[in-house]
Design a protein around this ligand. Sequence first.
Ligand code: ADP
Ligand code: ADP
Ligand code: ZN
Length: 215
Amino acid sequence: MNIILLGPPGAGKGTQAAMLVEKFGITHISTGDMFREAIKQGRELGLQVKAIMEKGQLVPDELTVAVVRERLARPDCENGFLLDGFPRTIPQADALGGILAGLNRSLDTVINIEIPDDVLQSRMTGRRICRQCQATYHTLSNPPKHTGKCNKCGGELYQRSDDSEATVANRLVVYEQQTAPLVAYYCHKGVLKTINGNRELQEVFNNICRAVSGV
Ligand code: ADP
Ligand code: ADP
Ligand code: ZN
């Protein structure tokens, strides 16, 4: 099963991705997580992307595609993968088509998570992430059992620097301009399924499971 999760920042892609990869036993590929990991480890890639991410802009296509190309070629993707936050531009989507053709694989479903902008603002500003395992929480809608601590591993929760109010607004503009055209792109390819993301977590999950199972 090869899936893409498409949707604006804060739509719930990462949250749903974690549940989906567990249920279907496929590999989670989040370009955002990979970039944040590179920054944390002080790698060359991290130095290249840090300032761009903090401004809420997109990392250049060439750099992003190179990271995904290398990741998709690893053996743990052979049983299926879930792309979360990639592609984000038409050139990235075209490049992905080429990469998959080269690996003799294809996309099964592109899930488009739809949600109103005003909800996205509060989704992002209330988001908290575990420093150790990247699990995602929300101060209001999905709080941890103990404030500031991850339920799964006890790690410290932090707020992403790009989840500040100023950057969030910019990321929504970037989404509309550069990523939203992918909805029509994948619709034309006949693989798009749209899901209402403005529902309770479990309900969104059930609807995505139904959509990827083709029922
Ligand atoms: P969100 O979950 O809020 O959508 P991500 O973790 O996916 O955010 O991405 C965080 C940031 O990482 C983006 O704002 C962008 O700077 C960078 N990024 C992640 N994926 C891509 C991509 N496919 N193309 C370009 N930049 C990306
Ligand atoms: P994305 O990866 O698309 O940027 P996340 O999965 O990180 O989005 O979710 C953004 C924020 O919204 C997180 O704080 C998360 O806990 C919360 N969240 C995700 N799904 C829901 C939902 N269905 N209802 C309420 N809050 C949600
Ligand atoms: Zn954790």
